[in-house]
Design a protein around this ligand. Structure first.
Ligand code: HEC
Ligand SMILES: [Cu+2]
Length: 380
């Protein structure tokens, strides 16, 4: 079934697909290609010859797009049907029971009808429960990390985007591979931003000082709009770029400057670690001034001074590096002997150290090369 509303919203237009594409391209980002499939053909003989999908939903280019649109259309039709039924009944009843003549005492209204009460309470509830159910499950799906995703680090700053890929290369457009589950690990260097790709039905805030994540699987090749959707200052409206879905890895490689093939974030992380951290943290399992960090990521929870536990994840590590006094590990207090690296290490450095610590634990977790996790007496 075609969920769109060509009759209600489609426009009377006999232009050819090419003409419409040209027109749409003129109103969008320079360089954006509009795939012919986004201009839906609603039957050559129908009066609404061509239906330009920019009048309604954008293309469905990720696995979340269809469920989100279907839910929207479900809510739309339920609202429409109830609106019509209620308004027609109301108008009819107003007319039917209007005051006629000069009666002063109107007929008493009938007090109660169990059957009708039950029907009009239970009936709509069924529709509402289904709305909730669909909404909740779709929401949870969009928040559940897909298995074996490609992780792309997104750095938002006023007013541009940087996307960094597992091989360490980065670009100002988001380049994806079709059908590859993707996990965006996002950070901001200044203020609140928000990443929005309408064709993926994916939108997520990016908050300074912490990571936020977005998951999806692109399902359709093409170029789509990506923009910041949280007002972030003077040039906010220019903070937009393209998300391109490539048919496969080779295509992506050939069509981007995939240069730093031999560069891996964790290698850089190892270097930063040796310079800044190895004086206090060993990676052979033994505590020194600070706890050993080689098994950090396999310890799901860390006990803290003064009771309580904290979950080990990228945010915990980042917080430990920038604000060591905040969560002091049990047995290493009362005051943390660690100095803060806030503004001494860049966001990139912290990402790289994080990648290194992750790799120490699970060498297969981060792409590229092998790592020595052997017991080395000097802890380096
Ligand atoms: C001057 C010594 C010192 C240096 C240098 C140091 N740390 Fe620490 N670190 C500590 C101490 C002491 C603790 C335990 C107290 C606390 O949690 O703050 C700690 C705790 C941590 C924790 C929490 C560990 C856990 O087991 O939960 C992490 C993560 C960490 N440091 C990372 C780093 C990184 C990364 C660097 C280098 C950029 C670094 N530290 C540099 C002393 C240091
Ligand atoms: Cu922004």
């Amino acid at each position: 079934m075609n969920w769109h509303l060509p009759i209600l919203l489609g426009k009377l237009d006999s232009s050819s697909t090419e003409e419409i594409i040209k027109r749409v391209e003129q109103t969008t980002l320079p360089g954006t290609k509009v795939p012919a499939s986004s201009i839906e053909h609603v039957g050559a003989d129908s009066w609404a010859q061509f239906y330009d999908s920019s009048y309604w939903f954008p293309e469905q280019a990720s696995d979340f797009a269809a469920p989100v649109d279907n839910l929207f259309m479900y809510i739309f039709w339920v609202s429409l049907v109830f609106f019509v039924v209620i308004v027609v009944a109301m108008v009819y009843l107003c007319f039917r029971y209007r005051r006629k003549g000069q009666e002063i005492n109107p007929e008493p209204s009938s007090s109660h009808n169990n059957l009708i009460e039950i029907i009009w309470s239970v009936g709509p509830s069924v529709f509402l429960v289904y709305m909730f159910w669909q909404g909740a499950t779709t929401y949870f799906e969009t928040k559940t990390p897909p298995p074996e995703p490609e992780e792309i680090v997104v750095t938002a700053s006023r007013w541009n985007w940087v996307f960094t890929y597992p091989n360490g290369d980065s670009s100002s457009e988001l380049h994806l591979v079709n059908n590859q589950p993707t996990r965006l690990k996002m950070q901001s260097t200044d203020v609140l931003h928000s990443l929005y790709v309408p064709a993926f039905r994916q939108k997520m805030d990016i908050v300074p000082g912490r990571y936020s994540y977005a998951y999806f699987r692109p399902t359709k090749e093409g170029q789509y709009r990506l923009s910041c959707t949280e007002y972030c200052g003077r040039e906010h409206s220019k903070m937009r770029t393209v998300a391109e879905v490539h048919p496969d890895e080779e295509h992506r490689r050939e069509n981007t400057q995939w240069i730093k093939e031999e560069y891996y974030p964790w290698k850089n992380g190892e270097r930063i670690y040796k310079i800044n951290c190895s004086g206090c943290h060993k990676i052979n399992g033994e505590a020194a001034t600070g706890p050993a960090l080689n098994l950090l990521y396999s310890m799901k929870k860390r006990p803290l001074m003064g009771g309580g536990k904290v979950t080990v994840d990228a945010d915990y590590v980042r917080k430990s590096i920038e604000y060591p006094a905040a969560d002091v590990v049990e047995g290493f207090g009362p005051v943390s002997k660690m100095n803060s690296f806030l503004n001494k290490l860049s966001q990139d450095d912290i990402n790289n150290v994080n990648a290194y610590l992750q790799k120490l634990n699970d060498p297969s977790s981060v792409a590229g090369g092998t790592i020595e996790t052997g017991l080395r007496a000097d802890g380096e």
